[in-house]
Design a protein around this ligand. Structure first.
Ligand code: IVH
Length: 735
């Protein structure tokens, strides 16, 4: 490479070069982390990062807000092995106000309200702002440690975790289960963070943004000696897989952890009432600044493990715990312009581009403005809307990161509004395809939808490409190596117009190769232009070899028989998210059946004559299915797709040992030992399907006192009817 040596760069050249490097490294990070498809070698990546650092060392005043050296979580030179967690690592539901906490407790009371004398206790402890880790102990010996990852699969960082003094390599005391995964938070103290920054500054090294990111980067070091030098800390607060409960309650379990040699938060208490919990929240909040490490809220958990189990989980979160967050951090900045993005379903989404500002350790440059009314501050009838604000280009705004992730505008500083600022004119045509953009009237309420939508559908490139991006996204077909960026490339090159085209890409290998080569060429030229250097011995486009392509084609082929729920979700039908897709898959079991019912429903005058009543599927979803299957344009798209892809029929997984798994159960009458929702949750956990009405498909009816017509139908149909006690016996919960 003939790059100009760092020593001979002028200040102007250096600034240009840093800008280019920031963009380029960010792009490689994204390919590596998000797409898992790096396009350069680790050595090449390191060279870019080193050049960036060297230039920054020479021109410290030019270090950019978005410099790669300030971002941590930089990829390790070598990947870590993947670890599948025996029990998933969950996240927590959030509470922002005292009322949210009261609601949480009330939900618990309601869930258990058959248990009149039940005495629910809670624990309250700080929510540490670090990284969670899972530590597996077998016969008291630390054998494996992993990051959270996506909650299901993490990375094996055992060697790095072993360097943390707070993590015992052997458990002390006695009475530990044969196998237990201890979970907790790895974090860095402010003191350590400052010391590291100083050490780094002394050698002209990188800057570090905040303790959390630095702890993350420290954990992902290739060399455990580097991790060791960072003096990370660990608090134990939970567990995953275990052969025996540590104790019957959360609080006592954590006390056990202490006996076994772990550090546990000294600020954990056990409490009975909301007042006690809130009082403890404020106590912790008061101590926040003197703790010496970051915390971002207080976690409340149901204390009794028995009750935790009964209350159970919703998608990825325990119902029995909640994180009460501290108020978000705020900052002031200006709105430079307003852009309109067109989404998959044609929604015109306004985004404010801000003068970059740091909020809670993160640079914020964009913030959503939601919709037309929000920007105006009032609706089409001239009524002020809740949370709406009149935002104009040039305005000074207060922003905050809500729940620490999504930035939002809190208010406009009217005193600072430029004299010439005018209200924003929301476009009435699609900025991408020029089709009219309209606001639909909600049939049910007769009200105008707050969002304006492009009516172009498939002729709108934005909708088509967003639909394709969705099709290959994570919860959908999730094709490895085919991320948003490649979809854009293939779409723009005319290689992929609809989802079916993805599966025939292989037949167009030369064109695909050309598209990829052209992009590389384009990028190389940009680099050339930025650095003022010319490349020697440029290989012609055709000369290049794309070994990656075989991998990509193999990944596409591997997805020709997707799970039915993923496939339904991938279709991108409005209002059908992952959960609804799973419900539909379970109900209809094959794609053919869903299409058949969908089309019949679209034709029917009254959809309910055709579409079965399904818990969790309401009129909005039925309406969306009608629109989708009633639209002839979708027929061709679907036919072409189904010629390539064969979704697997849905099979109910028999969960081992459960007599009721795969059965359809109906509860009727009064239950005395538990609430309806608890009974339902329990049945579903055991793999049963719970229906609201009795039909020929029902396998079992659980009837309590007062059961009426459902009981009669069941008897008429000869369906087995049992009482609550028998039900509990059958699922092994009697006594
Ligand atoms: S309990 C089943 N307790 O918060 C409950 N989590 O939003 C699992 N965290 O990924 C978590 N302090 O990294 C729990 N005292 C605490 C915590 C805590 C920090 C983190 C943890 C988790 C995230 C959930």
């Amino acid at each position: 490479m003939s790059e100009k040596p760092v020593e001979s760069l002028s200040e102007g050249e250096a600034a240009e070069e840093l800008k280019r490097l920031a963009a380029e490294i960010a792009e490689h990070d994204r390919r590596y982390h998000t797409e898992d498809a790096p396009t350069i070698s680790d050595a090449e990546y390191d060279a870019l990062a080193r050049r960036n650092l060297a230039i920054e060392a020479r021109f410290p005043d030019l270090v950019r807000e978005d410099s790669p050296s300030r971002r941590v979580g930089a990829p390790p030179a070598e990947g870590f092995a993947k670890v599948r967690h025996a029990v998933p690592m969950l996240s927590l539901g959030k509470a922002y106000t005292d009322q949210d906490v009261a609601d949480f407790i009330e939900r618990g009371r309601r869930f258990f309200d058959r248990d009149k004398d039940l005495d629910i206790a809670f624990t309250a402890e700080p929510k540490i702002d670090g990284l969670s880790a899972s530590l597996r102990y077998e016969n008291g010996v630390f054998v494996q440690g992993a990051t959270r990852g996506d909650g299901v699969v993490g990375e094996d960082i055992t060697a790095n975790l072993k360097t943390i003094a707070d993590i015992p390599k052997k458990l002390q005391g006695s009475g530990w289960p044969e196998v237990i995964e201890i979970r907790g938070e790895v974090y860095m103290t402010y003191a350590e963070f400052e010391a590291l920054k100083q050490r780094s500054a002394a050698i002209g090294g990188q800057d570090y943004v905040n303790p959390r990111n630095t702890a993350a980067g420290s954990l992902r070091q290739k060399d455990p000696a580097v991790t060791a030098s960072r003096n990370l800390k660990f608090f134990a607060y939970a567990w995953g897989y275990t052969t025996a409960d540590p104790a019957p309650s959360q609080y006592d379990s954590v006390q056990k952890f202490k006996e076994w040699g772990f550090k546990v938060s000294p600020l954990m208490v056990r409490a009975k009432s909301i007042d006690e919990l809130i009082a403890h929240y404020h106590r912790i909040e008061e101590q926040r600044s003197s703790l010496g490490y970051d915390i971002d809220g207080v976690v409340y958990k149901v204390d009794q493990l028995e009750l935790q189990r009964r209350w159970g989980f919703v998608t990825g979160e325990p119902r029995w715990a909640v994180a009460h967050k501290f108020p978000a951090e705020q900052a002031m900045t200006t709105v430079e312009k307003i852009d309109i993005q067109v989404g998959r379903t044609g929604t015109l989404a306004p985004v404010a581009r801000l003068a970059p500002v740091t909020v809670g350790g993160v640079v914020v440059e964009n913030v959503t403005l939601h919709n037309e009314d929000y920007i105006k501050g009032f609706d089409s009838n001239g009524q002020p809307i809740r949370d709406g604000i009149d935002v104009r280009i040039g305005d000074t705004v207060v922003i905050q990161r809500a729940g620490d992730v999504i930035p939002q505008i809190v208010s406009v500083v009217i005193d600072k509004r430029p004299a010439d600022a005018v209200p924003y004119e929301f476009p009435h045509t699609c900025p991408v395809c020029g089709s009219p953009a309209t606001r639909e009237i909600n049939e049910k309420t007769g009200k105008e939808d707050s969002r304006r939508r492009c009516t172009g559908e498939l002729i709108c490139a934005a909708q088509a490409v967003e639909g394709l991006r969705h099709f290959v996204s994570r919860g959908a077909l999730d094709i490895e190596g085919l991320g948003a960026e490649n979809i854009d490339l293939f779409f723009n090159a005319g290689l992929v117009k609809t989802a079916a085209d993805i599966f025939t890409l292989k037949d167009r290998r030369p064109a695909v190769t050309r598209a990829l080569a052209e992009r590389r060429e384009e990028q190389a030229k940009q680099r050339e232009a930025a650095s003022g250097k010319t490349r020697k011995n440029v290989r012609s486009v055709e000369e290049r070899n794309y070994e990656g392509l075989d991998k990509l084609f193999a990944a596409i082929d591997a997805r020709r028989e997707p799970e039915l729920d993923r496939f339904i979700f991938a279709l991108g039908i409005r209002h059908i998210g992952e959960t609804t897709a799973a419900v539909l898959a379970r109900q209809f079991t094959t794609i053919e059946e869903l299409i058949r019912v969908g089309k019949e429903t679209a034709k029917a005058e009254n959809p309910h004559d055709v579409f079965p009543s399904i818990t969790g599927i309401g009129d909005t979803v039925i309406g969306a299915l009608r629109d989708f299957f009633g639209n002839e344009r979708n027929d061709d798209v679907l036919d072409a797709l189904l010629a390539q892809v064969h979704p697997k029929p849905y099979v109910v997984e028999a969960s081992a040992g459960s007599e009721v798994s795969g059965k359809t159960v109906v509860f009727t009458g009064t239950l005395e030992k538990m609430t309806r929702s608890e009974a339902k949750a329990m049945a579903e956990r055991l793999g049963a399907k719970v229906a609201g009405s009795v039909s020929a498909k029902t396998d079992l009816v659980v009837a309590g006192p007062g059961a009426g017509s459902k009981l009669k139908v069941a008897t008429d149909l000869g369906i087995e009817v049992i009482d609550e006690d028998t039900w509990l016996q059958r699922i092994g919960r009697s006594g």
